[in-house]
Design a protein around this ligand. Structure first.
Ligand code: ZN
Length: 316
């Protein structure tokens, strides 16, 4: 059974036909009209129709992943900060133009489901995914089910607090792990280090001078070169994430943590500090099994794969 997965990002929308074994059969990408719900409906409907037409086999459902709070019925986007949307009845508006069932899902949940079903979390009964990108996204699979919470907006693990009275978070609280362990947070810290005149920022200063501005790519380059300043920044981010994972473990006791998002491309350079911090922060360490901490298998295709599979399961 084939299903369509759509992943709405800030700059692009990805759409794909996905098989029941999680394989992508046909993939399309179009620019995202992020600020305009009416245009977004047109673009997503167009993408789904184009994918339907390209398939010789029938397609049973479409799943649409977006960053934001989705209600418990999976029909309304309650709040999407990056898309500037409030209470948008997204599913009904899409369904009105389409001849197949449509489901909407939080993007981190969709990515987590893809990893649980086909990726690095395969074989686990209980898995947590943490996505280190613009923010820190979370997905919780418990007893083989994606857990969305009573109101649909559970699993927001980026807002676990790790610093009392810490940095201001977009959610209104202070000290959320997202402010310390996201790709954005590491880049901010790198810019600050480069702007200082200490020896730890020397290589980052050179890269900034060479490229005009520091981006994630340059921080990654410094990291691969073995620059101590860049390594320390990533290790600090991993340390904060491990703290959050200590608390998450107390509640959910997952067997596996899957670490995804741009920052996870640093591989062992981030995974190792995360593991060390997780073990330091593990409640009753030595008296309980320790979770595996692994990098995600799918990079930017997790959203479409997970959204398609969840949609297929909903109609199956
Ligand atoms: Zn927060």
């Amino acid at each position: 059974m084939l299903a369509i997965g759509i992943d709405i990002g800030g700059t692009k929308i990805a759409g794909a036909i996905v098989s029941s074994s999680g394989e992508i059969l046909n993939e399309l990408r179009v620019p995202s009209p992020a600020q305009d719900p009416d245009q977004m409906i047109d673009v997503v409907v167009g993408l789904i129709k184009e994918l339907q037409l390209s398939s010789s086999e029938p397609i049973v459902a479409a799943g649409v992943a977006a960053a934001g709070f989705i209600d418990a019925d999976q029909s309304t986007i309650l709040y999407a900060p990056n898309l500037n949307w409030r209470n948008e009845p997204f599913r009904d508006r899409l369904t009105a133009h389409l001849d197949l069932p449509v489901f909407i899902e939080n993007d981190a949940n969709a990515a987590g489901w893809a990893e649980y079903k086909f990726g690095a979390g395969q074989g686990a009964k209980d898995m947590v995914m943490l996505t280190l990108g613009t923010g820190v996204g979370g997905a919780v699979v418990a007893d083989h089910k994606l857990r969305r919470g009573g109101f649909g907006i559970g699993g927001e693990l980026g807002h676990v607090r790790v610093v009392q009275d810490g940095k201001q978070c977009g959610c209104g609280r202070k000290g959320c792990v997202e402010q310390y362990a996201s790709g954005t947070a590491v880049l901010k810290a790198a810019k600050k280090l480069a702007a200082s005149d200490g020896p730890a920022g020397a290589r980052l200063r050179e890269l900034k001078a060479e490229f005009g501005e520091l981006t994630g790519h340059q921080v990654y380059q410094a990291l691969l070169e073995g620059d101590a300043g860049a390594r320390e920044l990533v290790a600090q981010a991993g340390g904060y994430l491990g703290q959050a994972m200590g608390s998450i473990t107390a509640v959910l006791d997952p067997q596996v943590y899957v670490i995804g998002g741009g920052l996870s491309e640093a591989g062992e350079l981030i995974l190792e500090p995360i593991r060390q911090s997780y073990l330091r922060e593990l409640p009753a360490r030595g008296f309980r099994p320790e979770a595996k901490i692994v990098a995600a298998k799918f990079s930017n295709q997790a959203g479409v794969i997970g959204a398609a599979d969840l949609a297929r399961e909903s109609v199956g």
